[in-house]
Design a protein around this ligand. Structure first.
Ligand SMILES: Cc1cc2nc3c(=O)[nH]c(=O)nc-3n(C[C@H](O)[C@H](O)[C@H](O)COP(=O)(O)OP(=O)(O)OC[C@H]3O[C@@H](n4cnc5c(N)ncnc54)[C@H](O)[C@@H]3O)c2cc1C
Length: 398
């Protein structure tokens, strides 16, 4: 079966859901195809606790999100569901605590309310046909086998549909690429407090130095959950073989817990309540757009005439040798992301949004966070709906 539509969004993570809702609201017949059976992507599957990239960093506690639009609406809806989860300063940055259950509810209700939007779960975009630098058909792995969109938005995180369409991309070597992450949700802790976020990495790095635990565990972090009997161990791992990494971590997880139980009394009866869906990539393909945002643009708080999104999240690199390194945008300032970073080079009707936009390895360390990805998705959705109606992208000039 073929279905024509104005806009096809591939991937229903935070960027894709925002793109699809924005496109449908702007009047475009929109289809959102998501491989899994839930919305939110890594923002749901990763067991994160905080949304980053929402606020202007500086001395003054923000009262609003830096970008208006869907991101502000989502924050408002999350706040209604859990009013106790309010903006928090961690180090030099502001974040919003959230629960993934709330995020799922918000995304489901946003999608349900759009009559122009069809969401297809368990649906993977498997190939793309192109003619004269234009995408003409996207094949899916389901009975709705082909979509004929006027515009395609790649929100797959990994940029996989752009790659299928023959778009150029950059991919850092496994040595340079940011570490991937795997989160273990622990329960049964006793009298857990904030000091564990220092003690756990300290003890684990001692254990790796003494070769009692594998070396990759030296960059593991720990944070408390909502109650004092739960916490999250975040394991950061290099390499590129996903099955191997996952098997390794799942095998080592119990060793970590029993080592911590031995060293730290709060862990004595700790048990694994949940884990992230799989080992999740921080960095993948960066699709080549009409402009590539750089580290200099980020750190010099560069502004652009065709800016669509503002961001002041630091460059946060999880590296193989040094663990986490931050480079900050000047306090109280922000940089802008131009629309050209979303326009895929040499393909007339393909946009990308979220983690796979056109940025360097360093700039991705800042643009990849959830708040920024949602705003990028929204802007891609709006531009796609505009092009579906008028035949060209909006002329964004400030
Ligand atoms: C370990 C780790 C910790 C992080 N911690 C935080 C944090 O604390 N706070 C924060 O703000 N950010 C954090 N991030 C970053 C952030 O979660 C992601 O970068 C962001 O959510 C990416 O959103 P996205 O929509 O671009 O992509 P994704 O969330 O990856 O969504 C892509 C979606 O596309 C789907 N898909 C893929 N291929 C296809 C296909 N062919 N067809 C159809 N669907 C497809 C996937 O199933 C997925 O749902 C973290 C990332 C990682 C990896």
């Amino acid at each position: 079966m073929n279905i024509p539509c104005d806009v096809l969004v591939a991937g229903g993570g935070v960027s894709g859901t925002s793109a699809a809702v924005a496109s449908a609201r702007a009047g475009a017949k929109t289809v959102l195809a998501e491989k899994e059976n839930f919305l939110g992507g890594v923002g749901y599957a990763g067991l994160h606790q905080y949304m980053c990239g929402l606020y202007l960093n500086g001395d003054v506690m923000p009262t609003e999100t830096l970008n208006a639009g869907i991101v502000r609406e989502i924050v408002g809806l999350l706040n209604k569901l859990s009013p106790q989860k309010t903006i928090k300063k961690i180090g030099q940055v502001y974040v919003l605590p959230y629960s993934r259950e709330d995020l799922a509810k918000v995304f489901t209700s946003l999608c349900r309310n759009e009559k122009n939007l069809t969401v297809l779960f368990n649906t993977t975009a498997v190939s793309v046909k192109k003619k004269n630098k234009t995408i003409v058909e996207v094949a899916l792995n389901t009975p709705v086998s082909k979509i004929i969109p006027k515009i395609l938005i790649d929100c797959t995180g990994s940029g996989v549909v752009s790659a299928m369409a023959g778009a150029g991309f950059e991919l850092s070597s496994p040595v340079k690429r940011q570490l991937a992450g795997f989160t273990i949700h622990l329960k049964g802790l006793k009298e857990c407090d904030e000091t564990l976020s220092i003690k756990v990495p300290y003890y684990l790095s001692q254990a790796t130095n003494k070769k009692m635990l594998p070396a990759y565990l030296r960059f593991t972090t720990f944070s408390m959950g909502d109650t004092d009997d739960e916490g999250f161990c975040k394991i950061n791992i290099g390499g590129s073989d996903n099955n191997k990494r996952e098997q390794t971590i799942r095998k080592d997880a119990l060793k970590i817990i029993s080592y911590l139980a031995d060293k730290l009394p709060p862990f004595k009866n700790a048990y694994i309540a949940n884990t992230s869906l799989r080992v999740l990539e921080r960095e993948g393909r960066r699709i080549c757009g009409e402009y590539t945002l750089t580290e200099n643009d980020v750190l010099n708080a560069r502004k652009f005439r065709d800016s669509v999104v503002k961001n002041s999240w630091p460059i946060e690199i999880w590296g193989k040798n040094k663990g986490i390194i931050y480079k900050y945008v000047k306090s109280g300032d922000y940089y802008e992301i131009p629309f050209r970073c979303l326009k895929v080079k040499d393909i007339k009707n393909l946009l990308c949004a979220g983690r796979c936009i056109s940025v360097t390895h360093e700039a991705l360390g800042s643009t990849r966070v959830m708040g920024t990805c949602m705003s990028l998705g929204e802007q891609a959705g709006l531009a796609a709906a505009f092009k579906a109606k008028h035949g060209n992208y909006p002329d964004i000039k400030k």
